[in-house]
Write a protein that binds this ligand. Sequence first.
Ligand code: ZN
Length: 384
Amino acid sequence: MRSTRGAFQVASFRGIPIRIHFSLILALPLLAFMFGGVVRQAARLAEVPPELVGGAPVLWGLAVAVGLFASVLLHELAHVVYALRTGGQVRSITLMIVGGVSEVTELPRRHRDEDLMALVGPLTSIGLGALLLAALALLPESRSFSPRFAVSYLAGLNLFLGVFNLVPAFPMDGGRILRGLLAGRLGMVRATRVAATVGKGFALIFFLVGLFTLNPFLFLIALLVLTGAEGEARQVRIRAVLEKLRVEQVMTPRFHGVELDTSVEEALGDLRRARRVALPATEQDQPVGWVALGDLLKVPEPERPRLTVRERVQPAVEVRPGDDAWSAMQRMVEAQPPLLLVLEQGRLVGTVDGNDFNAALLLHMSSEEDRQGGWPRWRQERPA
Ligand SMILES: [Zn+2]
């Protein structure tokens, strides 16, 4: 749901921005140096004379690092293409230090498609690894060692990427496949809970292995799996609750708003009396948008009695009383207004804001959890 911070766009694919996280820019020279060291070491082990190594090892290390990130991008694109073909929606693709993250805002509706969407990523990596090995066989038996080694190393990295992502550590691909397999029998909420618990077990294993091998990447992956499992499990529970509720069960009834020719000073008084930081704006009782405390406070104090709220109104994001609360929340996440206007046949009947959603979740989530055997001991997003 949330967007990844600290990333900038470098390209786009079918309108979906492809972004690079700053951590990757920092990691690139480090990886180039690390892979360069591997090239040098391999040459020494293979007893290749230095004059036949072919080019500076660090440059070949850089080539492997760039190749690895291109491979991760292809892995993510496989997920994205499959998601789009089966009715899913993707907001962005971000390449990070520990892999790629595709921000999938809408999953395919069928569980089987979600399984396959998770599976196509690792399969692409394994296929890419096999292709690189085949290319190696076709590569001319040149005298220099480095290009051949770089290709075979990249092949190995892709095979590893494919196999590692199949580990059932939710929210990694393997964990998503596991959840998909369980969802048919347990339902989405419980299947996610089981997959997240298994994922946390793996996070602990990654952490311990990282500790004994002093591998910082495993620490990072352990952390991402841990926070990702919690975040996504929570999100699935929120969705399960809100999908069953209609907007009218969540909204605060409200039939009047701040009229457009009200002065800024009066409107501030209205907000204080209503104890809200935003209220709907109306013109002769016809809803037109909303006014927010922050916008009104920007008007200098001496001008507040004179100026009206007309210039301070933001366009309304409208929902209907019969809409489900989950899609209403999606609209709020996308457009980021402080409140939604609930309209019935063009008339204002209520508003929904963050507090309304929170109250609805508190009131309805507990009963949902009771039916399923008490609050879960653990709670709340997703890496590769
Ligand atoms: Zn993946």
